[in-house]
Design a protein around this ligand. Structure first.
Ligand SMILES: [Zn+2]
Length: 476
Protein backbone atom coordinates (compact mmCIF):
# COMPACT_ATOMS: atom_id res chain seq x y z
CA UNK A 1 0.00 0.00 0.00
CA UNK A 2 1.14 3.50 -0.67
CA UNK A 3 -1.02 5.15 1.90
CA UNK A 4 1.60 7.65 3.06
CA UNK A 5 1.47 9.33 -0.31
CA UNK A 6 -2.20 9.98 0.30
CA UNK A 7 -1.65 11.39 3.74
CA UNK A 8 0.75 13.98 2.40
CA UNK A 9 -1.48 15.25 -0.35
CA UNK A 10 -3.12 18.61 0.19
CA UNK A 11 -6.59 17.30 -0.59
CA UNK A 12 -6.41 14.51 1.93
CA UNK A 13 -8.18 16.04 4.89
CA UNK A 14 -11.08 16.78 2.62
CA UNK A 15 -11.11 13.23 1.38
CA UNK A 16 -10.98 11.87 4.90
CA UNK A 17 -13.82 14.11 6.00
CA UNK A 18 -15.92 12.95 3.10
CA UNK A 19 -15.31 9.29 3.78
CA UNK A 20 -15.60 9.30 7.54
CA UNK A 21 -19.01 8.17 8.72
CA UNK A 22 -20.24 6.55 11.89
CA UNK A 23 -19.77 2.80 11.83
CA UNK A 24 -22.92 0.77 12.24
CA UNK A 25 -22.95 -0.75 15.71
CA UNK A 26 -22.44 -4.51 15.58
CA UNK A 27 -24.47 -6.69 17.93
CA UNK A 28 -22.32 -7.75 20.89
CA UNK A 29 -21.22 -11.36 21.13
CA UNK A 30 -22.96 -11.53 24.49
CA UNK A 31 -26.22 -11.89 22.52
CA UNK A 32 -25.27 -15.35 21.23
CA UNK A 33 -28.24 -17.49 20.26
CA UNK A 34 -28.80 -20.78 22.09
CA UNK A 35 -26.38 -23.52 21.11
CA UNK A 36 -23.66 -21.16 19.86
CA UNK A 37 -20.46 -20.31 21.69
CA UNK A 38 -18.15 -17.30 21.52
CA UNK A 39 -15.56 -17.63 18.72
CA UNK A 40 -11.92 -17.65 19.75
CA UNK A 41 -10.31 -15.86 16.78
CA UNK A 42 -7.09 -16.71 15.02
CA UNK A 43 -4.95 -15.01 17.64
CA UNK A 44 -3.26 -12.41 15.45
CA UNK A 45 -1.45 -9.96 17.69
CA UNK A 46 -3.05 -6.88 16.07
CA UNK A 47 -6.49 -8.29 15.22
CA UNK A 48 -6.94 -11.16 17.72
CA UNK A 49 -10.66 -11.66 17.05
CA UNK A 50 -10.38 -12.03 13.29
CA UNK A 51 -10.23 -15.51 11.79
CA UNK A 52 -10.36 -18.93 13.38
CA UNK A 53 -7.18 -20.88 14.11
CA UNK A 54 -9.08 -24.15 13.62
CA UNK A 55 -9.69 -23.50 9.91
CA UNK A 56 -7.49 -23.77 6.85
CA UNK A 57 -9.48 -22.38 3.93
CA UNK A 58 -7.75 -23.61 0.78
CA UNK A 59 -10.12 -22.21 -1.87
CA UNK A 60 -12.95 -19.72 -2.23
CA UNK A 61 -15.41 -20.11 -5.12
CA UNK A 62 -17.34 -16.82 -5.19
CA UNK A 63 -20.36 -16.05 -7.34
CA UNK A 64 -21.34 -12.40 -7.00
CA UNK A 65 -24.22 -10.72 -8.78
CA UNK A 66 -24.06 -6.94 -8.58
CA UNK A 67 -25.20 -3.72 -10.23
CA UNK A 68 -22.90 -0.69 -10.00
CA UNK A 69 -25.96 1.56 -9.96
CA UNK A 70 -27.15 0.01 -6.70
CA UNK A 71 -25.23 -0.77 -3.52
CA UNK A 72 -26.53 -4.34 -3.34
CA UNK A 73 -24.85 -7.68 -4.02
CA UNK A 74 -26.10 -11.26 -4.06
CA UNK A 75 -23.49 -13.85 -3.36
CA UNK A 76 -22.82 -17.54 -3.12
CA UNK A 77 -19.53 -18.50 -1.53
CA UNK A 78 -18.27 -22.08 -1.55
CA UNK A 79 -15.36 -22.50 0.85
CA UNK A 80 -13.06 -25.54 0.71
CA UNK A 81 -11.86 -26.00 4.27
CA UNK A 82 -9.64 -28.37 6.20
CA UNK A 83 -10.28 -28.64 9.92
CA UNK A 84 -7.05 -28.11 11.87
CA UNK A 85 -8.65 -29.29 15.11
CA UNK A 86 -11.99 -30.80 16.11
CA UNK A 87 -14.70 -28.26 15.34
CA UNK A 88 -17.89 -28.10 17.40
CA UNK A 89 -18.60 -24.78 15.74
CA UNK A 90 -17.26 -23.12 12.59
CA UNK A 91 -16.57 -19.43 12.87
CA UNK A 92 -16.07 -17.22 9.80
CA UNK A 93 -15.57 -13.49 9.55
CA UNK A 94 -18.56 -11.89 7.85
CA UNK A 95 -19.95 -8.41 8.33
CA UNK A 96 -21.70 -8.61 5.02
CA UNK A 97 -25.26 -8.81 3.79
CA UNK A 98 -27.95 -11.04 5.25
CA UNK A 99 -27.19 -14.75 5.08
CA UNK A 100 -29.96 -16.65 3.34
CA UNK A 101 -28.68 -20.13 4.00
CA UNK A 102 -25.64 -22.25 4.87
CA UNK A 103 -24.87 -25.76 3.72
CA UNK A 104 -22.16 -27.94 5.15
CA UNK A 105 -21.16 -30.64 2.68
CA UNK A 106 -24.48 -30.16 0.86
CA UNK A 107 -26.73 -30.31 3.95
CA UNK A 108 -28.41 -27.28 5.49
CA UNK A 109 -26.63 -26.18 8.66
CA UNK A 110 -27.75 -24.01 11.55
CA UNK A 111 -26.09 -20.59 11.52
CA UNK A 112 -26.08 -17.21 13.24
CA UNK A 113 -24.73 -13.79 12.24
CA UNK A 114 -23.37 -12.19 15.38
CA UNK A 115 -21.29 -9.03 15.25
CA UNK A 116 -18.76 -9.55 12.45
CA UNK A 117 -18.95 -13.35 12.69
CA UNK A 118 -20.92 -16.01 10.89
CA UNK A 119 -21.19 -18.98 13.22
CA UNK A 120 -22.18 -22.42 11.92
CA UNK A 121 -23.08 -25.50 13.93
CA UNK A 122 -22.16 -28.81 12.27
CA UNK A 123 -24.70 -31.58 13.04
CA UNK A 124 -21.83 -33.56 14.54
CA UNK A 125 -18.34 -32.25 15.40
CA UNK A 126 -15.93 -32.10 12.45
CA UNK A 127 -12.86 -34.15 13.30
CA UNK A 128 -9.37 -32.72 12.89
CA UNK A 129 -7.93 -33.23 9.42
CA UNK A 130 -11.33 -33.47 7.70
CA UNK A 131 -11.73 -31.60 4.41
CA UNK A 132 -15.22 -30.21 3.81
CA UNK A 133 -17.10 -27.58 1.86
CA UNK A 134 -19.27 -24.84 3.23
CA UNK A 135 -21.73 -22.97 1.01
CA UNK A 136 -23.08 -19.60 2.09
CA UNK A 137 -25.79 -17.72 0.19
CA UNK A 138 -26.36 -14.04 0.99
CA UNK A 139 -27.90 -10.89 -0.37
CA UNK A 140 -28.06 -7.22 0.56
CA UNK A 141 -25.87 -4.16 1.07
CA UNK A 142 -22.20 -4.74 1.96
CA UNK A 143 -21.34 -3.55 5.45
CA UNK A 144 -19.82 -0.15 6.05
CA UNK A 145 -16.32 -0.82 7.32
CA UNK A 146 -13.78 1.91 8.07
CA UNK A 147 -10.10 1.26 8.39
CA UNK A 148 -8.92 1.21 12.00
CA UNK A 149 -5.30 1.44 10.85
CA UNK A 150 -5.91 5.00 9.66
CA UNK A 151 -8.16 5.97 12.53
CA UNK A 152 -11.26 5.28 10.49
CA UNK A 153 -10.55 7.52 7.53
CA UNK A 154 -10.82 5.04 4.70
CA UNK A 155 -13.74 2.87 3.69
CA UNK A 156 -12.83 -0.76 3.04
CA UNK A 157 -14.37 -3.72 1.26
CA UNK A 158 -16.83 -3.70 -1.63
CA UNK A 159 -17.48 -0.06 -2.46
CA UNK A 160 -20.06 1.21 -4.95
CA UNK A 161 -19.98 4.84 -5.94
CA UNK A 162 -20.15 7.06 -9.03
CA UNK A 163 -21.49 4.30 -11.24
CA UNK A 164 -18.78 1.77 -10.44
CA UNK A 165 -17.77 -0.78 -7.82
CA UNK A 166 -14.33 -1.69 -6.56
CA UNK A 167 -12.78 -3.68 -3.75
CA UNK A 168 -10.07 -2.33 -1.44
CA UNK A 169 -9.72 -4.44 1.70
CA UNK A 170 -6.36 -4.12 3.42
CA UNK A 171 -6.24 -4.82 6.28
CA UNK A 172 -9.62 -6.24 7.29
CA UNK A 173 -12.29 -5.31 4.74
CA UNK A 174 -12.67 -8.58 2.81
CA UNK A 175 -15.28 -9.93 5.18
CA UNK A 176 -17.65 -7.09 4.27
CA UNK A 177 -18.57 -8.88 1.05
CA UNK A 178 -17.72 -12.55 1.44
CA UNK A 179 -17.47 -14.90 4.43
CA UNK A 180 -13.85 -15.80 5.01
CA UNK A 181 -11.07 -16.63 7.43
CA UNK A 182 -9.93 -13.02 7.25
CA UNK A 183 -6.31 -13.30 8.35
CA UNK A 184 -3.40 -13.10 5.90
CA UNK A 185 -1.80 -16.18 7.45
CA UNK A 186 -4.58 -18.29 5.88
CA UNK A 187 -4.11 -17.64 2.17
CA UNK A 188 -6.27 -19.34 -0.44
CA UNK A 189 -6.83 -19.65 -4.18
CA UNK A 190 -9.94 -18.15 -5.79
CA UNK A 191 -12.51 -18.83 -8.50
CA UNK A 192 -14.69 -15.81 -9.27
CA UNK A 193 -17.97 -15.68 -11.20
CA UNK A 194 -19.01 -12.04 -11.52
CA UNK A 195 -22.39 -11.17 -12.94
CA UNK A 196 -23.10 -7.53 -13.86
CA UNK A 197 -25.48 -5.65 -16.19
CA UNK A 198 -24.38 -5.86 -19.82
CA UNK A 199 -22.41 -2.79 -20.84
CA UNK A 200 -20.25 -2.81 -17.70
CA UNK A 201 -16.77 -4.27 -17.70
CA UNK A 202 -15.51 -6.50 -14.90
CA UNK A 203 -11.86 -7.10 -14.09
CA UNK A 204 -10.57 -8.96 -11.06
CA UNK A 205 -7.66 -10.76 -9.44
CA UNK A 206 -6.62 -13.73 -11.55
CA UNK A 207 -6.81 -14.91 -15.14
CA UNK A 208 -10.04 -14.31 -17.04
CA UNK A 209 -11.25 -17.71 -18.22
CA UNK A 210 -14.72 -17.13 -19.63
CA UNK A 211 -17.20 -14.39 -20.49
CA UNK A 212 -20.83 -14.80 -21.51
CA UNK A 213 -23.45 -12.12 -22.19
CA UNK A 214 -27.10 -13.18 -22.20
CA UNK A 215 -30.44 -11.65 -21.23
CA UNK A 216 -28.92 -8.27 -20.44
CA UNK A 217 -26.25 -9.59 -18.08
CA UNK A 218 -22.54 -10.32 -18.51
CA UNK A 219 -20.86 -13.04 -16.49
CA UNK A 220 -17.08 -13.07 -16.34
CA UNK A 221 -15.06 -15.81 -14.66
CA UNK A 222 -11.57 -15.51 -13.17
CA UNK A 223 -9.19 -18.09 -11.73
CA UNK A 224 -6.33 -17.47 -9.35
CA UNK A 225 -4.57 -20.75 -8.61
CA UNK A 226 -1.91 -19.31 -6.28
CA UNK A 227 -2.88 -18.64 -2.65
CA UNK A 228 -3.25 -14.97 -1.65
CA UNK A 229 -4.36 -13.23 1.54
CA UNK A 230 -8.08 -12.43 1.57
CA UNK A 231 -7.39 -8.67 1.79
CA UNK A 232 -5.53 -8.79 -1.54
CA UNK A 233 -8.52 -9.92 -3.59
CA UNK A 234 -9.98 -7.23 -5.82
CA UNK A 235 -12.86 -6.74 -8.24
CA UNK A 236 -13.51 -3.63 -10.35
CA UNK A 237 -16.80 -3.09 -12.19
CA UNK A 238 -17.48 -0.01 -14.27
CA UNK A 239 -17.31 1.74 -17.60
CA UNK A 240 -13.79 0.49 -18.10
CA UNK A 241 -11.49 0.06 -21.06
CA UNK A 242 -9.02 -2.82 -21.00
CA UNK A 243 -5.58 -2.19 -22.43
CA UNK A 244 -2.85 -4.78 -22.75
CA UNK A 245 0.93 -4.55 -22.65
CA UNK A 246 3.44 -7.17 -23.77
CA UNK A 247 4.84 -8.69 -20.58
CA UNK A 248 8.13 -10.50 -20.05
CA UNK A 249 8.35 -14.28 -19.70
CA UNK A 250 4.86 -14.86 -21.08
CA UNK A 251 3.17 -12.82 -18.35
CA UNK A 252 -0.11 -11.36 -19.53
CA UNK A 253 -0.52 -7.66 -18.68
CA UNK A 254 -3.97 -6.08 -18.76
CA UNK A 255 -4.82 -2.67 -17.35
CA UNK A 256 -8.35 -1.44 -16.66
CA UNK A 257 -8.82 2.31 -17.06
CA UNK A 258 -12.02 4.33 -16.75
CA UNK A 259 -13.05 5.58 -20.18
CA UNK A 260 -11.72 9.11 -20.68
CA UNK A 261 -8.92 8.64 -18.12
CA UNK A 262 -6.26 11.31 -18.86
CA UNK A 263 -3.09 10.08 -20.51
CA UNK A 264 -0.90 11.43 -17.70
CA UNK A 265 -2.52 8.97 -15.29
CA UNK A 266 -1.97 6.09 -17.71
CA UNK A 267 1.65 7.16 -18.12
CA UNK A 268 2.31 6.05 -14.54
CA UNK A 269 2.16 2.46 -15.77
CA UNK A 270 4.15 2.67 -19.00
CA UNK A 271 7.15 0.87 -17.51
CA UNK A 272 5.30 -2.10 -16.01
CA UNK A 273 6.90 -4.74 -18.30
CA UNK A 274 10.40 -3.45 -17.57
CA UNK A 275 9.65 -3.26 -13.85
CA UNK A 276 8.45 -6.89 -13.76
CA UNK A 277 11.64 -7.97 -15.51
CA UNK A 278 13.79 -5.92 -13.16
CA UNK A 279 12.17 -7.16 -9.94
CA UNK A 280 12.31 -10.76 -11.20
CA UNK A 281 16.09 -10.39 -11.48
CA UNK A 282 16.23 -9.48 -7.79
CA UNK A 283 13.43 -11.55 -6.27
CA UNK A 284 12.92 -14.47 -8.65
CA UNK A 285 10.07 -15.11 -11.08
CA UNK A 286 6.95 -12.93 -10.86
CA UNK A 287 4.54 -15.11 -8.83
CA UNK A 288 1.45 -15.07 -11.11
CA UNK A 289 0.60 -15.57 -14.80
CA UNK A 290 -1.05 -12.15 -15.04
CA UNK A 291 -0.52 -8.59 -13.82
CA UNK A 292 -1.87 -5.11 -14.42
CA UNK A 293 -3.53 -2.20 -12.70
CA UNK A 294 -7.11 -1.08 -12.29
CA UNK A 295 -7.63 2.65 -11.88
CA UNK A 296 -10.63 3.60 -9.78
CA UNK A 297 -12.62 6.66 -10.81
CA UNK A 298 -11.96 7.98 -7.29
CA UNK A 299 -8.86 10.24 -7.19
CA UNK A 300 -8.58 10.06 -3.39
CA UNK A 301 -8.07 6.38 -2.59
CA UNK A 302 -4.59 5.11 -1.76
CA UNK A 303 -2.79 2.83 -4.19
CA UNK A 304 -3.06 -0.79 -3.05
CA UNK A 305 -1.26 -3.95 -4.16
CA UNK A 306 -4.41 -5.98 -4.89
CA UNK A 307 -3.40 -9.40 -6.20
CA UNK A 308 -2.38 -9.53 -9.88
CA UNK A 309 -4.26 -6.24 -10.37
CA UNK A 310 -3.00 -3.34 -8.28
CA UNK A 311 -5.59 -0.66 -7.56
CA UNK A 312 -4.76 2.99 -8.19
CA UNK A 313 -6.58 6.30 -7.77
CA UNK A 314 -7.50 8.42 -10.79
CA UNK A 315 -4.62 10.84 -10.39
CA UNK A 316 -1.08 10.91 -11.75
CA UNK A 317 1.40 9.05 -9.54
CA UNK A 318 5.14 8.70 -9.58
CA UNK A 319 6.30 5.58 -11.43
CA UNK A 320 7.93 4.51 -8.15
CA UNK A 321 4.42 4.04 -6.72
CA UNK A 322 3.68 1.63 -9.56
CA UNK A 323 6.96 -0.14 -8.76
CA UNK A 324 6.08 -0.26 -5.05
CA UNK A 325 2.71 -1.96 -5.61
CA UNK A 326 4.26 -4.37 -8.10
CA UNK A 327 6.94 -5.35 -5.54
CA UNK A 328 4.14 -6.24 -3.10
CA UNK A 329 3.07 -9.03 -5.47
CA UNK A 330 6.15 -10.81 -4.09
CA UNK A 331 6.19 -9.21 -0.61
CA UNK A 332 2.68 -9.38 0.81
CA UNK A 333 0.73 -11.37 -1.73
CA UNK A 334 2.99 -14.34 -2.52
CA UNK A 335 4.91 -14.25 0.76
CA UNK A 336 2.03 -13.28 3.02
CA UNK A 337 2.09 -12.11 6.62
CA UNK A 338 1.90 -14.75 9.33
CA UNK A 339 0.92 -11.98 11.74
CA UNK A 340 -0.01 -8.34 11.14
CA UNK A 341 2.73 -7.18 13.53
CA UNK A 342 5.25 -8.17 10.83
CA UNK A 343 3.87 -5.64 8.34
CA UNK A 344 7.41 -4.31 7.71
CA UNK A 345 8.00 -7.52 5.76
CA UNK A 346 5.51 -6.04 3.26
CA UNK A 347 6.11 -2.31 3.44
CA UNK A 348 9.84 -2.21 4.19
CA UNK A 349 10.60 -4.53 1.28
CA UNK A 350 8.30 -2.77 -1.22
CA UNK A 351 9.84 0.56 -0.18
CA UNK A 352 13.36 -0.78 -0.57
CA UNK A 353 12.45 -2.01 -4.05
CA UNK A 354 11.97 1.68 -4.95
CA UNK A 355 15.63 2.28 -4.14
CA UNK A 356 16.76 -0.72 -6.19
CA UNK A 357 14.75 0.57 -9.16
CA UNK A 358 16.10 4.13 -8.77
CA UNK A 359 19.64 2.80 -8.85
CA UNK A 360 18.88 0.72 -11.93
CA UNK A 361 17.79 3.97 -13.59
CA UNK A 362 21.18 5.51 -12.87
CA UNK A 363 20.00 7.55 -9.89
CA UNK A 364 21.84 7.91 -6.59
CA UNK A 365 20.43 6.17 -3.53
CA UNK A 366 21.37 9.05 -1.26
CA UNK A 367 18.30 11.30 -1.73
CA UNK A 368 15.94 8.43 -0.96
CA UNK A 369 17.92 7.36 2.11
CA UNK A 370 18.02 10.93 3.35
CA UNK A 371 14.29 11.39 2.83
CA UNK A 372 13.47 8.16 4.64
CA UNK A 373 15.67 9.01 7.60
CA UNK A 374 14.28 12.55 7.81
CA UNK A 375 10.73 11.18 7.86
CA UNK A 376 11.65 8.86 10.73
CA UNK A 377 13.37 11.64 12.65
CA UNK A 378 10.09 13.59 12.71
CA UNK A 379 7.97 10.90 14.39
CA UNK A 380 8.21 8.92 17.64
CA UNK A 381 10.65 6.08 17.09
CA UNK A 382 9.62 2.46 17.49
CA UNK A 383 11.10 -0.94 16.73
CA UNK A 384 9.85 -2.76 13.66
CA UNK A 385 7.20 -5.11 15.05
CA UNK A 386 3.92 -3.16 15.10
CA UNK A 387 1.98 -3.38 18.34
CA UNK A 388 -1.30 -1.68 17.34
CA UNK A 389 -3.31 -1.15 14.18
CA UNK A 390 -2.46 2.56 13.97
CA UNK A 391 1.18 1.57 13.44
CA UNK A 392 0.57 -0.74 10.48
CA UNK A 393 1.05 1.90 7.80
CA UNK A 394 3.15 4.45 9.68
CA UNK A 395 6.58 5.75 8.69
CA UNK A 396 8.42 3.05 10.64
CA UNK A 397 6.82 0.15 8.72
CA UNK A 398 7.95 1.72 5.45
CA UNK A 399 11.15 3.63 6.06
CA UNK A 400 12.64 2.00 9.14
CA UNK A 401 11.90 -1.33 7.47
CA UNK A 402 13.66 -0.21 4.31
CA UNK A 403 16.63 1.18 6.25
CA UNK A 404 16.96 -2.13 8.13
CA UNK A 405 17.40 -3.79 4.76
CA UNK A 406 19.92 -1.14 3.73
CA UNK A 407 21.91 -1.74 6.92
CA UNK A 408 21.93 -5.44 6.06
CA UNK A 409 23.07 -4.71 2.51
CA UNK A 410 25.95 -2.55 3.65
CA UNK A 411 27.05 -5.27 6.06
CA UNK A 412 26.96 -8.25 3.70
CA UNK A 413 27.63 -6.58 0.33
CA UNK A 414 25.55 -6.67 -2.78
CA UNK A 415 26.26 -10.26 -3.79
CA UNK A 416 25.12 -11.82 -0.54
CA UNK A 417 22.27 -9.30 -0.19
CA UNK A 418 20.92 -10.51 -3.53
CA UNK A 419 21.23 -14.11 -2.42
CA UNK A 420 19.43 -13.39 0.85
CA UNK A 421 16.46 -11.77 -0.92
CA UNK A 422 16.25 -14.46 -3.61
CA UNK A 423 16.59 -17.33 -1.10
CA UNK A 424 13.96 -15.80 1.18
CA UNK A 425 11.48 -15.46 -1.69
CA UNK A 426 12.32 -18.88 -3.13
CA UNK A 427 11.86 -20.58 0.20
CA UNK A 428 8.62 -18.87 1.25
CA UNK A 429 6.76 -18.11 -2.01
CA UNK A 430 3.09 -18.98 -1.56
CA UNK A 431 3.52 -19.30 2.22
CA UNK A 432 3.12 -17.15 5.32
CA UNK A 433 6.18 -15.54 6.85
CA UNK A 434 7.32 -14.09 10.13
CA UNK A 435 10.26 -11.80 10.84
CA UNK A 436 12.22 -14.78 12.18
CA UNK A 437 11.94 -16.49 8.79
CA UNK A 438 13.72 -13.62 7.08
CA UNK A 439 16.32 -13.32 9.83
CA UNK A 440 17.01 -17.05 9.53
CA UNK A 441 17.89 -16.65 5.85
CA UNK A 442 19.89 -13.49 6.52
CA UNK A 443 21.91 -15.28 9.20
CA UNK A 444 22.47 -18.38 7.10
CA UNK A 445 23.93 -16.37 4.21
CA UNK A 446 25.24 -13.28 5.99
CA UNK A 447 26.32 -14.72 9.32
CA UNK A 448 25.88 -13.31 12.80
CA UNK A 449 27.23 -9.87 11.87
CA UNK A 450 24.33 -9.50 9.41
CA UNK A 451 21.88 -9.87 12.28
CA UNK A 452 23.95 -7.51 14.43
CA UNK A 453 23.71 -4.87 11.69
CA UNK A 454 19.93 -5.16 11.54
CA UNK A 455 19.23 -5.47 15.26
CA UNK A 456 19.16 -1.74 16.23
CA UNK A 457 16.68 -1.09 13.42
CA UNK A 458 14.56 -4.09 14.36
CA UNK A 459 14.28 -3.79 18.09
CA UNK A 460 14.29 -0.06 18.80
CA UNK A 461 12.77 1.97 20.11
CA UNK A 462 15.50 4.55 19.45
CA UNK A 463 16.21 5.59 15.90
CA UNK A 464 19.75 4.35 15.26
CA UNK A 465 22.30 6.81 13.91
CA UNK A 466 23.46 6.17 10.42
CA UNK A 467 26.47 3.90 10.33
CA UNK A 468 29.51 5.77 9.13
CA UNK A 469 29.37 5.90 5.38
CA UNK A 470 25.68 5.12 5.22
CA UNK A 471 25.06 7.98 2.82
CA UNK A 472 28.41 8.40 1.24
CA UNK A 473 29.39 4.83 0.47
CA UNK A 474 28.93 4.06 -3.17
CA UNK A 475 26.06 1.63 -3.35
CA UNK A 476 25.88 -0.35 -6.53
ZN1 LIG B 1 3.07 -0.67 0.33
Amino acid sequence: MKRLILLFLAGTSLALARQTAPQLPAPPLSTLPDGFSAPSGYGDSIYPLLGDAGLDVTHYDLSLRSDPRQDVISGRAVLSITALRELNQISLDFAGPKVLGVKLGGRAAQHAQVGEKLLILPPTPVTAGTAFTLTVAYSGTPALQYDSSTGGGLRLGWITQAGGSYVLSEPDGAHTFFPCNDVPADGASFSLHLDVPAGYTTVASGVQTRQVTAAGRTRTDFELAQPIPTYALTVHVGRLKLETQAGPAGIQIRNAFPVNLPDDVKATFAQTPAMIGFLAEWFGPYPYPVYGVAVSADPQIPALETATLSTFPARPEQPTTALHELAHQWFGNSLRLGDWSDIWLNEGFATYAELLWAQSQGQSAAPLLERWYARLARVPARGLPATQSLQLFDSSSYFRGALALHALRLNVGDGRFRRILADYVGRFAGRSVRTADFLGVAQQIGGQTALDAMRPWLVGPQLPPFPKGFFTQAVR
